[in-house]
Design a protein around this ligand. Structure first.
Ligand SMILES: CC(C)(COP(=O)(O)OP(=O)(O)OC[C@H]1O[C@@H](n2cnc3c(N)ncnc32)[C@H](O)[C@@H]1OP(=O)(O)O)[C@@H](O)C(=O)NCCC(=O)NCCS
Length: 185
C-alpha cells in the first residue's frame, strides 16, 4: 500500500480515529458455504464499511484514516472497486488514482482475512487494471512492504516487477518496494 503522507495521521496510536462500530453481532466471520462474490464500483456510500475493513486488513499501524478514504473516494482521479457477497457485505476493496503521464497508482488493496486465498485480490487487480486501461493508463505502479511476501507474490503472478527499493518508506522504518507493470500489450 502507498503511504499518503498528506492524509495519513503521523502518529497512528495517538491520532487514531476509531472506526464506527459495527452493530451487527460478530458471528459472520466464516463465509457461508457456496458464497458468491460480485465486483462493483466502490464509492463514498461505502466509506465507513471500507474504513472498518481496512482496519482489519492493515493491523501493522498503517491503516488509512477516514480523511484519507474521504480523499481517495472523492478525488476525480479515483478508480475504486469492491468485492461483495450476495448479502451486499464487502469482502475486499482496491483503490487507485490516475496520475500524469498515463500512470495508474494502486494505493491500497485489502481482502477480509476470512475471504483470503479465493483469488478475490487477483480479480480486483484485474478489474482495476481494466478500469485504468479504459482511462488510457499505460503503466501501473504500487508500493508494497518488503516484508509483505504474500502481496508481492500476488503482484508478481499478475506481471508486476520490482523496480526500486524504498528505504524506510513506512512510518515504522520498514522498507518498501516499488512495483510496476506495463499495460501496453
Ligand atoms: C495480499 C492480499 C490482498 C491477497 O488477497 P487474496 O484475495 O488472498 O489473494 P489471491 O487469492 O488473489 O492470491 C493470489 C496469489 O497471491 C499469492 N498469495 C496470496 N496470499 C498469499 C499468502 N498468504 N501466502 C503466500 N502467497 C499468497 C499466491 O501466489 C496466490 O495464488 P495461489 O492462491 O494460487 O497460490 C490479502 O492477503 C490482504 O488483504 N492482506 C492484507 C492487506 C495487504 O497486505 N494488502 C497489500 C498491501 S501492498
Amino acid at each position: 500500500m502507498a503511504v499518503l503522507k498528506k492524509f495519513r495521521p503521523r502518529w497512528w496510536p495517538s491520532n487514531r480515529q476509531a472506526p464506527p462500530s459495527d452493530s451487527r453481532p460478530n458471528i459472520a466471520l466464516v463465509p457461508p458455504v457456496n458464497v458468491r462474490y460480485d465486483v462493483r464500483p466502490l464509492t463514498m456510500s461505502q466509506i465507513d464499511e471500507c474504513w472498518r475493513l481496512d482496519q482489519r486488513c492493515f493491523v501493522d499501524g498503517e491503516a488509512y484514516s477516514r480523511d484519507t478514504f474521504d480523499y481517495l473516494l472523492t478525488a476525480p482521479e479515483s478508480v475504486a472497486y469492491r468485492v461483495v457477497m450476495q448479502n451486499g457485505a464487502m469482502a475486499g476493496f482496491v483503490i487507485g488514482l490516475l496520475e500524469p503521464e498515463h500512470t495508474g497508482h494502486i494505493t491500497t488493496i485489502g481482502i477480509a482475512p476470512e475471504h483470503r486465498r479465493r483469488r478475490l485480490a487477483s480479480c480486483l487487480m484485474e478489474t482495476i487494471e481494466s478500469g485504468f486501461r479504459r482511462r488510457d493508463v499505460r503503466i501501473v505502479r504500487l508500493e508494497v512492504r518488503s516484508s509483505n511476501v504474500s502481496a508481492q507474490k500476488l503482484y508478481l503472478n499478475l506481471g508486476y516487477s520490482v523496480t526500486q527499493r524504498l528505504p524506510k518508506y513506512y512510518s515504522n522504518g520498514g522498507d518498501g518496494l516499488l512495483m510496476v507493470k506495463s499495460l501496453d500489450c
